[in-house]
Design a protein around this ligand. Structure first.
Ligand code: FMN
Length: 178
């Protein structure tokens, strides 16, 4: 699949089949996440793979939607801020950016394999800590189910480029600062 097809094929899947996902496909998806760039190559990431079967009730404490537990796996991406790169001049910690890139690799690799995913941030973080028995330095950032989609995509609604992009032309001056 071309990259342009991949990014237009990906959508938030909110209905899954219970069909199993091959170990090999799961490994490919995780490998794509592993290959993601992170600031200063710190890799302040922990990916937790949870087979769904038999754990539906506990998982629904984390995110209470039926479709969250329909797929064979749920994956959680945690950040470890204490291991992340921090910009020196203002102490900005980049672990959230690292997680975003890692997770997008994972999600696009899944799309290429015909697997569905959905970024989930609106979960109960305290429940996630308890259910997954996370160590205190681990911050749960995002979840996704991983499985075969049961419903097709809806149309993508996006702002037009003119709204999203500001282009400096040759006459525009950049502020020089002090
Ligand atoms: C960081 C992030 C957090 C999200 N959290 C949720 C969520 O908690 N629940 C949900 O149903 N969708 C969630 N989404 C999915 C977005 O609503 C979805 O990506 C957006 O509406 C665009 O639709 P599309 O993914 O189908 O292109 C999240 C997406 C991102 C990128």
């Amino acid at each position: 699949m071309k990259f342009s097809e991949l990014i237009s094929n990906r959508y938030s899947v909110r209905a899954y089949k219970a069909d199993p996902v091959d170990e090999e496909k799961l490994a490919q998806v995780l490998e794509a996440a592993r290959m993601a760039p992170t600031a200063s190559n710190r890799q302040p990431i922990k990916l937790i793979v949870i087979p769904t079967a038999g754990r539906e009730e506990a998982l629904k404490r984390i995110y209470n939607k039926d479709w969250f537990v329909q797929a064979p796996y749920v994956i959680c991406a945690c950040g470890v801020p204490s291991e992340a790169w921090v910009r020196q001049n203002d102490q900005e910690n980049y672990f959230m950016v690292d997680i975003g890139i890692v997770f997008d690799h994972l999600i696009l690799a899944a799309t290429e394999l015909g697997l569905g995913t959905c970024w989930i941030a609106a979960f109960d973080a305290q429940a996630a800590r308890e259910v997954l028995n996370l160590s205190p330095e681990c911050v749960p950032v995002v979840f996704t189910p991983l499985g075969y989609p049961d419903k097709p995509s809806l149309d993508k609604r996006r702002k037009p480029l003119e709204v999203l992009v500001e282009r400096f032309d040759e006459k525009s001056n950049l502020a020089q600062g002090e």
